[in-house]
Every structure is written in structure tokens, then in C-alpha cells.
Design a binder for this molecule. Structure first.
Ligand SMILES: Cc1ncc(COP(=O)(O)O)c(C=O)c1O
Length: 361
């Protein structure tokens, strides 16, 4: 018998935040850092628009969307590439930059897709230690070798919620060898109102050796449509366009993203909602000796070290009541912690009520 052979990868497949529980219909999903307020009403109109030509291929260059992005963020449309989620752009960057045996540096607890895509193209993933769950510039620099091609960084980081300040980010770029690409993933940038923070896009728009990632999956609420974008030098963008799947972003996603960019009110409401409930939930959980990172993105990393319950026990108890948090043991290998997404008002109140009842026992 012929055995069909294929490559074997030493990779733990990405496990997304759970979205269902057997036998429970009404669940509260606080496991995937999705938008608490849904989407802009402008997007809803687009999605129900009957004149969308589903039978035609979409614009492979996402022209109108790139125009809107360049207007909104005051940047060059020729330096933008759109992807089926920023996820696809991470994949393309790995394909473009990494050969087998090249090295990609990722912080110890960084977003999992950097290491997954880097390994798929045969690169070695080098982990830089973090200090108290925060990315450390000096630890990254220590890991640089002749083989280093790329450094990935989410700022703020998922799942830790910590971030490098503007000054630390500038320091990192200065200390890194110039021919190493620094990828700054701004996935949660819109939520950030912390004074010492600046997004990668705001800081490094014109740097040849920086690549910025942005997504419509978080504050804009378009996770299901799969759409994100990248911003880099003309040289890198032109090279990415050669390897990009021709029609990677569907028409509905492009149109919905264009509309979502026009709704500043929705974004402002989402930011306000997030800061209010993140602060409220952080304080509330503190009463039960569950500590968390300073409020930053639309999630909190909950630490059970001083709590009378273990994270696993709390997770299970919540699950029995239909509330799903993200285990940080899967993939991230962070023990006795959980990641909590800031939900809608109703979801947050339910989470608090159920938490009270778990601790009352
Ligand atoms: C830091 C970070 N980057 C990228 C992504 C992926 O986003 P997208 O939905 O655009 O692929 C996520 C999703 O959770 C994330 O947390």
C-alpha cells in the first residue's frame, strides 16, 4: 500500500476561546476578546445590503478600504495590505521573511500565532523571558543572534494585557539590529487611553524596519468577517502582494470595514464602556483576592495566586452557569490564571452575580 507522506510539524494547534457548552443554550462568551458592543449600525446595513454581488470575486486589492484607512489614519495607501484577519498577514510575513533555521524572537507569553506560523515555515522560535508578565526589552535583545530575522510583539499583549510604553518601544527599536524586522501588533490599540502608551502606527509610520498589524476583529466587532491590515515599507508591501492569495478579503468584509471606520461614535462608546467595566471588574475581583493587570485592552488577565480558589475551579464553576473564560494553560502555559474579556453590561453583571454566588459557598 502506498503511504501518502506529508510534513510533520512539532506544533500545538491554536485553540480558540471556547464558544459553546453542552446542554447550555444561553452562554456568556468572555473568552475571545471580541467586541462588547457588537458592531456599528452602519455595518449592519451593509451586511443586509441585497445589492452585494456574491457571485463576483471581490476586489483583490481592497482599494476602497485602503483609501479609507489611509484617510482615517493619515497614512500612505500604498503601504497598506489587507488580510483575512491580521492572522493572515502574520502568516504572510513569516512566509516572506523566514527560511528554515532562521530565528524569530517572540516574548514568552505572546500571542500564539507568531510562533505557530514561524514554525510552519521551518524557522526556530526563540522565546524572550518576560518580567512579571511584561515584555522585557533587555531580554529580547539578549536573544538576538546572527540568525534573527524578525521580532514579533503585541502591544498591548494578549493574553497578559501588559504593554511597552512609548519610550520602551522606541528603545527596543534602537537596540535591535537594523536589519531585523520588528512587527508591532496594534490589535488592541484603539482601547488604549494610558498616557505612556503610543500605538506602533503612531510611532513608526515611516520606518523601513517596522511592520504594523491592525485588526477589525476587536473594537470594530468584525471578527467573523475576518479582516485586518498591515502597514509597512513599499518594498515589503510589494513583496507581500506577490505571495498574497488573490482574493483574500471578501467583499462584505471590505465594505463592512469601510463603514465601521466612519462610525467614530461607536468607537468612542466602546472605549468608554471598556474602561468603565474593566475598572469595575478589576475592583470587584480584587475583593476576592483575584488580582489583574492594569486596565489596558478589552480583557484582564486574572491571577489566582492569593485567592482561596484555584483558577481551574473558578473556571469550572462559571462554566456550569454558562459563562466561558479563556484558560491560559492551553498554548500559553500560564498556570492558575484566566483571561476575562470585558463583555456587554448584561454579560458583565451576570459574571459578577455568578462570581458572588461561587464565593458565597
Ligand atoms: C494580539 C493579537 N493579534 C492578532 C489577533 C488576530 O486577529 P484577527 O482576528 O485580525 O486575525 C489577535 C486575536 O485575538 C490578537 O490578540
Amino acid at each position: 500500500m502506498t503511504t501518502i507522506r506529508f510534513k510533520k510539524f512539532n506544533i500545538e494547534a491554536y485553540k480558540p476561546g471556547k464558544s459553546s457548552i453542552k446542554k447550555i443554550k444561553q452562554i456568556v462568551k468572555l473568552s475571545a476578546n471580541e467586541s462588547a458592543l457588537g458592531v456599528s449600525s452602519r455595518v449592519k446595513k451593509i451586511v443586509s445590503n441585497k445589492s452585494i454581488k456574491f457571485f463576483k470575486y471581490p476586489d483583490g486589492k481592497s482599494t476602497e478600504l485602503r483609501n479609507q484607512i489611509s484617510k482615517k489614519f493619515n497614512c500612505d495607501k500604498n503601504k497598506i495590505i489587507c488580510g483575512a484577519g491580521s492572522d493572515e498577514i502574520i502568516q504572510m510575513l513569516c512566509q516572506l521573511f523566514l527560511k528554515p533555521q532562521d530565528e524569530a524572537i517572540v516574548p514568552q507569553f505572546s500571542f500564539l500565532m507568531y510562533r505557530i506560523y514561524a514554525k510552519i515555515v521551518g524557522a526556530n522560535v526563540i522565546f524572550a523571558k518576560e518580567k512579571k508578565f511584561k515584555v522585557s526589552v533587555s531580554e529580547i535583545i539578549k536573544k538576538v543572534s546572527k540568525k534573527t530575522k524578525i521580532v514579533f510583539l503585541a502591544n498591548p499583549n494578549n493574553p497578559t494585557g501588559t504593554y511597552l510604553t512609548k519610550l520602551e518601544l522606541i528603545e527596543l527599536r534602537k537596540k535591535l539590529r537594523e536589519n531585523i524586522l520588528l512587527v508591532v501588533d496594534d490589535a488592541y490599540a484603539e482601547y488604549m487611553k494610558n498616557r505612556d502608551y503610543k500605538s506602533g502606527l503612531d510611532l513608526f509610520k515611516n520606518k523601513e524596519n517596522i511592520f504594523i498589524l491592525r485588526t477589525f476583529s476587536k473594537i470594530y466587532g468584525l471578527s467573523s468577517l475576518r479582516i485586518g491590515w498591515g502597514y509597512g515599507s513599499r518594498r515589503i508591501i510589494d513583496a507581500l502582494n506577490i505571495i498574497k492569495p488573490p482574493f483574500n478579503v471578501n467583499e462584505v468584509a471590505q465594505k463592512a470595514a469601510v463603514e465601521s471606520l466612519k462610525d467614530n461614535k461607536f468607537v468612542s462608546r466602546s472605549i468608554k464602556h471598556n474602561i468603565f467595566y474593566a475598572t469595575k471588574l478589576k475592583d470587584f475581583l480584587n475583593n476576592y483576592n483575584i488580582s489583574s493587570n492594569n486596565v489596558s485592552a478589552n480583557f484582564l488577565l486574572l491571577d489566582f495566586a492569593k485567592c482561596k480558589f484555584k483558577a481551574k475551579y473558578f473556571y469550572k464553576k462559571l462554566k456550569m452557569k454558562g459563562i466561558i473564560l479563556r484558560s491560559t494553560e492551553d498554548g500559553y502555559k500560564i498556570k492558575n490564571m484566566l483571561r476575562l474579556t470585558i463583555g456587554s453590561k448584561k454579560e458583565n453583571l451576570k459574571f459578577m452575580k455568578v462570581t458572588e454566588s461561587i464565593f458565597r459557598k
